[in-house]
Design a protein around this ligand. Structure first.
Ligand code: AMP
Ligand code: MN
Ligand code: MN
Ligand code: MN
Length: 283
């Protein structure tokens, strides 16, 4: 049986619930042969994950998922297989400051809603207290019983423009693409089916901007898409000539979401990001 591929996963280095080694171990149990760890705005989990993958004779692809502001919204660009990690540590320092400042403001918004000490509760759940995510707030609200699920926490408080949302200007798309290029990584537009832009921005403009800045790969099958979105981005990859990536976007067990490597795999007729990485390594 061919081994499964998962090029998008999260650990406690960002907003996942398992340690880097645990994510890799679970993926191995689930029949994954090739795995990338792609935590938000950090490369800190990569060494632990790489060692575990090596121990289990899996192929490991280092990665990082960058927060980018485009079209007045947050989008995500995954850098896969960068040769140099140092520049991501400098980048992370800046983003973590923004994340911490945002989290404090979110805490203040929750206070105003009569929900107290949320910043402190979110901090307690974060593997890296500097890399605080909205998801840590969702986890804290769920644990307290304020909401029945993390999804409900987003729907009621944390969604874009929700009552606890604090707008943040992350990197520009061109800065993120430059960082990826400088470090020898391959840029992947993550879960393109998930974005909703205000007029006059559109997903088509994003795809074209991404390509104009050197982007060659889009994620087509992902745990963050529904099946019809997978279908439509397979067609986009074919029609616009993008190579394809695939990943579960696993953060921990969540009902209705795939475990590591359990997302729909790529159709064999597409050029994959692994093909591009292999070609680059053989040059
Ligand atoms: P942040 O990068 O801190 O703004 O947090 C965004 C993270 O929250 C994403 O990476 C997802 O893990 C999670 N997330 C975003 N929207 C939702 C949602 N509607 N339901 C559950 N989790 C979500
Ligand atoms: Mn996340
Ligand atoms: Mn993402
Ligand atoms: Mn992700």
């Amino acid at each position: 049986m061919t081994k499964r591929i998962d090029l998008h996963t999260h650990s406690t280095a960002s907003d996942g619930v398992l340690s880097p080694a645990e994510v890799v171990r679970l993926a191995h149990q689930e029949g994954v042969g090739t795995i990338a760890l792609t935590d938000h705005d950090t490369v800190d989990g990569l060494e632990e994950a790489r060692q575990e993958a090596e121990r289990l004779s899996m192929r490991f692809v280092p990665g990082v998922e960058l927060s980018v502001t485009w079209g007045k919204k947050t989008i995500h660009i995954v850098s896969l297989a960068p040769k140099e990690l140092g520049p991501y540590r400098c980048y992370a320092k800046r983003i973590w400051q923004q994340r911490d400042a945002r989290a404090r403001k979110m805490g203040a918004k929750f206070e105003a809603l009569g929900i107290y000490n949320m910043y402190e509760s979110a901090l307690e759940l974060a593997g890296n207290p500097l890399n605080l995510s909205r998801r840590h707030f969702a986890m804290a609200l769920h644990q307290r019983g304020t909401v029945g699920s993390e999804d409900e926490a987003f729907a009621r408080y944390l969604r874009d423009d929700g009552p606890a949302f604090v707008k943040t200007e992350w990197s520009s798309l061109s800065d993120a693409m430059r960082l990826i290029e400088e470090t020898g990584g391959i840029a992947v537009l993550a879960h393109p089916g998930r974005y909703r832009f205000p007029e006059p921005y559109s997903i088509q403009d994003l795809l074209e901007d991404f390509r104009a800045l050197g982007g060659e790969v889009i994620e087509v099958t992902t745990g963050s898409h529904c099946p019809s979105e997978n279908e439509s981005f397979i067609r986009v990859a074919v029609n616009m000539g993008f190579a394809a990536s695939t990943g579960s976007d696993y953060h921990g067990h969540r009902p209705g979401r795939p475990g590591p490597g359990q997302q729909e795999q790529l159709p064999t007729y597409l050029t994959t990001v692994l093909d591009l990485i292999d070609k680059r390594n053989n040059q």
